[in-house]
Design a protein around this ligand. Structure first.
Ligand SMILES: NC(=O)c1ccc[n+]([C@@H]2O[C@H](COP(=O)([O-])OP(=O)(O)OC[C@H]3O[C@@H](n4cnc5c(N)ncnc54)[C@H](O)[C@@H]3O)[C@@H](O)[C@H]2O)c1
Ligand SMILES: Nc1nc(=O)c(N)c(NC[C@H](O)[C@H](O)[C@H](O)COP(=O)(O)O)[nH]1
Length: 218
């Protein structure tokens, strides 16, 4: 029987105080060695998923470059289809398979913009993208593993809806502070520790002053 959703791995790098970016969106926390590890991980999954803010602020390519390996499918959660036509993701969509996950909130103009690119557009949800439904549709497309590369809003939605299986988190040797810097998990948060998913620490890898923690959800 087909699994109802793909295997989901949350991935990211935080400062020691749990931030993924400063208030000015400086987010390059990983070391070169850690980036190599990330790219190896990318090459082992079927798809990488990010949120619209990460797409616009980091302007990532989301390909495998620092090691040899295949590029996964890229998925951007972008309810209103506001991703810029000059973004690296859209500009490279003729070379790397790309899915833009939209919702009913998209405007005609933005839909027409997306349709000019060789991307697959998947619509779920009335307001934001309906993650459960999206994952179900991705499963039907034989996408078996997804690496979720943030940012904080997307990470929270996957945790809140209990839609992940593993988490690989790099703790980088920085202290960023600040109410306005971006936390690994945004959203409303849980009101009780007992509401948190339970995690088993599977491995710890030290890359000089960076730590890579690998958790499995119980
Ligand atoms: N250090 C790291 O590991 C890392 C990784 C990724 C991003 N970042 C940083 O995170 C910041 C962006 O994080 P963020 O929280 O502002 O935004 P985000 O990247 O999590 O994107 C959130 C947006 O995605 C769209 N979206 C549509 N459907 C959604 C759904 N069902 N669930 C969640 N989002 C949905 C919405 O427009 C929403 O506002 C950037 O500064 C980026 O540099 C850091
Ligand atoms: N593991 C990790 N360490 C970081 O320091 C960092 N900033 C991210 N962030 C994930 C996010 O999705 C980024 O935007 C892409 O990592 C950039 O991807 P590219 O190099 O353009 O392919 N992830």
């Amino acid at each position: 029987m087909e699994k109802s959703r793909p295997h989901v791995i949350l991935s990211g790098a935080i400062s020691v105080d749990g931030k993924i970016a400063t208030k000015t969106n400086d987010s390059k926390l990983s070391s070169q060695k850690d980036i190599q590890r990330l790219h190896k991980l990318r090459s082992s999954v079927d798809a990488i998923l990010i949120g619209k803010n990460t797409a616009s602020r980091d302007n990532p390519l989301l390909t495998v470059r620092h090691v040899k390996g295949k590029n996964p499918i890229r998925i951007v959660l972008d309810s209103k289809g506001t991703i810029s036509k000059t973004s690296k993701i859209l500009q490279s969509s003729n070379k790397v398979p790309t899915i833009i996950a939209i919702s009913k909130k998209i405007t005609k103009k933005n839909l027409e913009k997306l349709e000019k690119f060789p991307v697959e557009i998947i619509s779920t949800g009335n307001d934001s993208v309906n993650l459960k439904l999206l994952l179900k549709k991705l499963s039907k497309k034989k996408i078996k593993t997804i690496l979720v590369e943030g940012g904080g809003t997307v990470n929270w939605e996957f945790v809140k809806h209990n839609l992940f299986d593993e988490m690989i988190l790099t703790i980088s040797p920085y202290l960023l502070g600040g109410e306005d810097s971006i936390s690994y998990l945004r959203g409303t948060g849980f009101s009780r520790i007992s509401h948190s998913p339970n995690l088993r620490l599977k491995s710890v890898k030290r890359l000089k002053n960076h730590l890579v923690l690998h958790y499995v959800k119980l």
